[in-house]
Design a protein around this ligand. Structure first.
Ligand code: PLP
Length: 384
């Protein structure tokens, strides 16, 4: 059976170009970047070239890039640094954030004298900017942490508007850009932001590597202490092949951004049209079918059906990999906190997330649509 992968918001396939950049480093450049001899210096040069290449693509200074083990660590570092190093006593975030942000914010509140405040959303999933302004109108030094695009329903927040609100109120701003980095242009020379998060495996880079962008004005300390790597902001011997892979993945993503964007948009449209044609009554959580939403993600709410509770399992048996919420570390899926937070959760209906990449083909979509039709085949109304 051919497996069809429609779970690219969870992770993506490593690009061959990225593997080609990584393998020689993995096999041949074995020096420790902290060693001062020639073999160590060669490794260090690769770390710094990667940092410079990434910074150039994003329009920031190389020293603003702190390599981490991925998005979760970068989110944790941003929130902790805001509290410990920048004096924030309040974190304003949203209940639809990734758990790396929500759990971090709650941990900060547990450990330090910090209040966590949740901003409201409009019914379409957009952050209520007026509510954000009201919150920021008074109170202590604040970090606002709001993601760019939601990983489950694809709502994209207006980062520039949010940045202006924060600037006016004197608040720091962190954005989890894990789902948009490598998929949308990110121009840091035009965007006033304190922290931004990247994870390589969301755009065909290796797992376990990413970075935190931090504005050069922000002097922050490491949450992981030890050897003082990354200029004291993240200790631990650098993941050299991962960093090289991350830089190669960014390069690949931005070298042909328009081409891969239009390919994925067309793929998503095929899926939307196929679903609407075959399943009257489907809805798209977060209006994820709209052009203005994240083009890699489609979150579909199917009408009530006896197979609703088994849909993910049945699709998996058909060879279709998709998701019903974010994947948790045990591999099981829990009910989605995002769908609940945004008011889309309905226990009678299956909500499934299909997410696409540059490698998804029209044939994949057609095969998935056929499998979906078998899982949600028409039933007598009283069987529901
Ligand atoms: N933030 C968002 C929006 C994500 O989608 C993810 C991954 O699922 C993360 C953070 C965590 O990134 P990582 O898997 O690199 O730790």
């Amino acid at each position: 059976m051919r497996l069809i992968y429609l779970d690219n918001a969870a992770t993506t396939k490593l690009a061959q170009e990225v593997a080609d950049a990584m393998v020689p480093v993995l096999c041949e450049v074995y020096g420790n970047p902290s060693s001062s001899h020639a073999i160590g210096r060669k490794a260090k040069a690769l770390v710094e070239t990667s940092r410079r290449d990434i910074a150039k693509r994003l329009g920031c200074e190389p020293r603003s890039i702190i390599f981490t083990s991925g998005g979760t660590e970068a989110d944790n570092l941003a929130l902790r640094a805001a509290v410990k190093d920048l004096g924030c006593k309040r974190i304003v975030t949203s209940r639809a954030e990734h758990s790396a942000v929500i759990a971090s914010a709650e941990k900060m509140a547990d450990i330090f004298d910090v209040e966590v405040v949740y901003v409201n959303h409009h019914p379409d999933g957009m952050v209520d900017c007026e509510h954000l302004k009201e919150i920021l109108a008074s109170g202590p030094q604040t970090l606002v942490s709001l993601m760019h695009a939601n990983n489950e329903v694809g709502v994209i927040q207006p980062l520039e508007v949010i940045s202006n609100i924060c600037k006016e109120a004197g608040a720091f701003l962190h954005s989890d850009t894990v789902q948009t980095m490598g998929h949308y242009p990110i121009c840091l020379d035009a965007l006033d932001i304190d922290f931004l998060t990247c994870s390589a495996h969301k755009f065909h880079g290796p797992k376990g590597t990413g970075f935190l962008y931090t504005h050069p004005n922000n002097k922050i300390n490491s949450q992981i202490v030890g050897g003082g790597q990354e200029r004291g902001m993240r200790s631990g011997t650098e993941n050299l092949h991962g960093i090289v892979g991350l830089a190669a993945a960014i390069d690949l993503a931005y070298a042909d951004l328009e081409e891969h964007t239009s390919h994925v948009r067309a793929i998503k449209k095929r899926m939307v049209n196929g679903l609407l044609a075959k399943h009257p009554g489907v809805q798209f959580n977060g209006d994820s079918h709209l052009e203005s939403r994240l083009y890699t993600v489609l979150n579909v709410k199917f009408p009530p059906h006896p197979n609703s509770g088994m849909a993910l399992f049945l699709l998996d048996l058909e060879g279709i990999s998709c998701s019903g919420g974010s994947a948790c570390s045990s591999g099981a899926t829990t009910g989605s906190h995002v769908l609940k937070a945004l008011g889309y959760h309905d226990p009678k209906c299956a909500s499934l997330r299909f997410s696409f990449s540059r490698y998804t083909t029209e044939e994949d979509i057609d095969t998935a649509l056929e499998a979906i039709s078998r899982v949600f085949s028409p039933v007598e109304e009283d069987a529901v």
